[in-house]
Design a protein around this ligand. Structure first.
Ligand code: ATP
Ligand code: MG
Length: 558
């Protein structure tokens, strides 16, 4: 991993305890895990939980972790997704063992194991229609019934399967099923389909196959072929563990990984299923998979999150078997804590109003020292230009205010961050009554120190010098949905937050002219921002708000 931080101190969980025992008892000499995404969408923050768990364990136990594309459904998968997944895993700071693997690498062997099951009388070809199969399946309360094809002779099954493989049957006409138990309390054990006919082009194997293995059959065998010791998956596969074990117990393979389930990450005010994320992209509700409002790794990255903040988040939420809904503020706290330490400070004005310092010489201009971090001298000092005309935040001025308002008020003083104390003398308004200019005086003796005569100036506001300020588009983000669990809604589009993106045309200080994409800054008194990796360029800056300075989410909830 590129850079280890405090966030990478391992924290124990029930899976690590199982591994500790397995190593202590000698069941395993080393640990081998895998991360098995299906390349049918971009990775999201839920996948990050699984990545940090699998790759983190491999790292901490000096084992290894494979990246394996679980690519048994050629209709929904794309090479673009294969590429984005690799990029995201690497960006998170992890390296997989050897080359990326594909379940499709094993199609030949999987086919051989299917033949082995047929030869052992443990699999049969079924010509029942989907409708008939559904009826024979039974329900959770009622056992299923045997298919009329269940007792077809081995020789006959071998011939049919060979013909299926040779393309002699249509899609849906026949499938291969494992012969297990139609009255099992576990539905997945009621003679599950293990191979089906699909005349589909595959992104890795091209047109070689017209039969494709099903996920449950593929996954356990792929794990075993790769010598995985602990196969970590989410809780919805709990029942399927019976099938995982049944397949490996009944084929000739000498590795039998242990499947262990943990609960999925659910994050409030967003959706996590790739199907739903894909709908948001397809319907144009967001600008793409990497829209900074998306819970995808690519989106969160573009928003300004760092790999270490995401790893830290995954450590903080922990790994258990309990269902959970994690608050967005948990994720935000991780990046805020990190950027508070690491992000250099800068000044930007989101909603500017003009301010003229009348007793400051018109032709004059100076460069003032501004520390890049208030508590970390090692981050150095930059220069910010100061002149007679500056821009401040419209909401940082009032003609009248009570004592609680610690900003600029007509007739009162305030400190300009990194500069002088000024006093508001009068304002100029347009025909509509809107303030166009605030006229002030300044005290030249107050640069970097309090007024000599003991005047107390509590408020500090930020500013940029009007002539040198650079226009910038500032994208402010809010939660993507208006309800905590939008995935549970029938029409989840209806709960989208229309204010999830607000675009402001503001100004930033000149030191940001060449701001690099994804490099974080704290815009003082506003929040953390980074230049947008797609849309920002010198001369046309675009900044994304990563997170605010304070936890406004929880405040809103109260
Ligand atoms: P989705 O429902 O979002 O499409 P998936 O489970 O179908 O997710 P896969 O590509 O199959 O997506 O997932 C790869 C791995 O990531 C699996 O081991 C899966 O269990 C894990 N994973 C997916 N979503 C989450 C989540 N929300 N929390 C934790 N792990 C997850
Ligand atoms: Mg899946």
């Amino acid at each position: 991993m590129a850079e280890k931080t405090a966030a990478d101190t391992p924290r124990s969980n029930f899976i690590r305890q199982i591994i500790d025992q397995d190593l202590a008892s000698g069941k395993h000499q080393s640990v081998h895990t895998r991360f098995p995404p299906e390349p049918n969408g971009f990775l999201h923050i839920g996948h990050a939980k699984s990545i940090v768990l699998n790759f983190g364990i491999a790292q901490d136990y000096q084992g290894s972790c494979n990246l394996r594309f679980d690519d048994t459904n050629p209709l929904k998968e794309k090479v673009d997704y294969v590429n984005s997944i690799q990029e995201d895993v690497q960006w998170l700071g992890y390296t997989w063992e050897g080359k990326p693997r594909y379940s499709s690498d094993y199609f030949d062997r999987l086919h051989g194991y299917a033949v082995e099951l047929i030869e052992k009388g443990l699999a049969y070809c079924d010509f029942s229609s989907q409708e008939q199969m559904r009826e024979m399946r039974g329900t959770l309360k009622e056992p299923g019934s045997n298919s009329p094809y269940r007792d077809t002779a081995v020789e006959e099954n071998l011939k049919i399967f060979a013909d299926m493989t040779a393309g002699k049957y249509q899609e849906g006409e026949v499938c291969l099923r494992a012969k297990i138990d139609m009255s099992s309390p576990f539905m997945c054990m009621r003679d599950p389909v293990i191979y089906r006919v699909r005349f589909a082009h595959h992104h890795q194997t091209g047109d070689k196959w017209c039969v494709y293995p099903m996920y449950d059959f593929t996954h356990c065998i792929s794990d075993a072929i790769e010598g995985i010791t602990h196969s970590l998956c989410t809780l919805e596969f709990q029942d399927n563990r019976r099938l995982y074990d049944w397949v490996l117990d009944n084929i000739s393979i000498d590795c039998h990984p242990q499947q262990i389930e943990f609960s999925r990450l659910n994050l409030q005010y967003t959706v996590m299923s790739k199907r739903k994320l894909n709908m948001l992209v397809e319907e144009g509700k967001v600008s793409g998979w990497d829209d900074p409002r998306m819970p995808t790794i690519a989106g969160i990255r573009r928003r300004g999150y760092t790999p270490s903040s995401i790893r830290e988040f995954c450590h903080r939420i922990g790994v258990t078997k309990m269902d959970n809904q994690v608050e967005m503020s948990m994720l935000e706290a991780c990046i805020r804590d990190e950027l508070n330490q690491k992000a250099p400070r800068a000044m930007a004005v989101i909603d500017p109003v003009r301010l003229v310092i009348e007793n400051y010489p018109a032709a004059h201009e100076e460069q003032l020292d501004a520390p890049n971090h208030p508590n970390d001298d090692s981050m150095g000092v930059r220069q910010v230009p100061f002149a007679r005309e500056i821009l401040i935040e419209r909401e940082d001025f009032r003609e009248e205010a009570n004592k609680k308002y610690k900003r600029l008020v007509l007739g009162k003083e305030v400190r300009l961050r990194n500069a002088y104390v000024i006093k508001a003398e009068r304002v100029e308004k347009d025909a509509a009554g809107e303030i166009t200019t605030i006229y002030c005086s300044y005290d030249p003796e107050t640069l970097g120190k309090d007024p000599a005569d003991g005047r107390k100036v509590k408020g500090v506001i930020h500013w940029v010098a009007a002539e040198h300020a650079i226009a910038a588009e500032l994208r402010l983000y809010d939660r993507l949905f208006q309800v905590p669990n939008p995935g549970a809604e029938d029409d989840f589009f209806a709960t989208l937050n229309p204010e999830s993106l607000v675009v402001k045309h503001g100004f930033v200080e000149p030191s940001l002219a060449n701001a690099q994409a994804e490099q974080a800054y704290q815009f003082e008194r506003i929040g953390y921002f980074c230049a947008d990796s797609q849309d920002s360029q010198p001369g046309a800056l675009v900044f994304n708000q990563t997170v605010g300075l304070r936890d406004t989410w929880s405040e809103n909830d109260n």
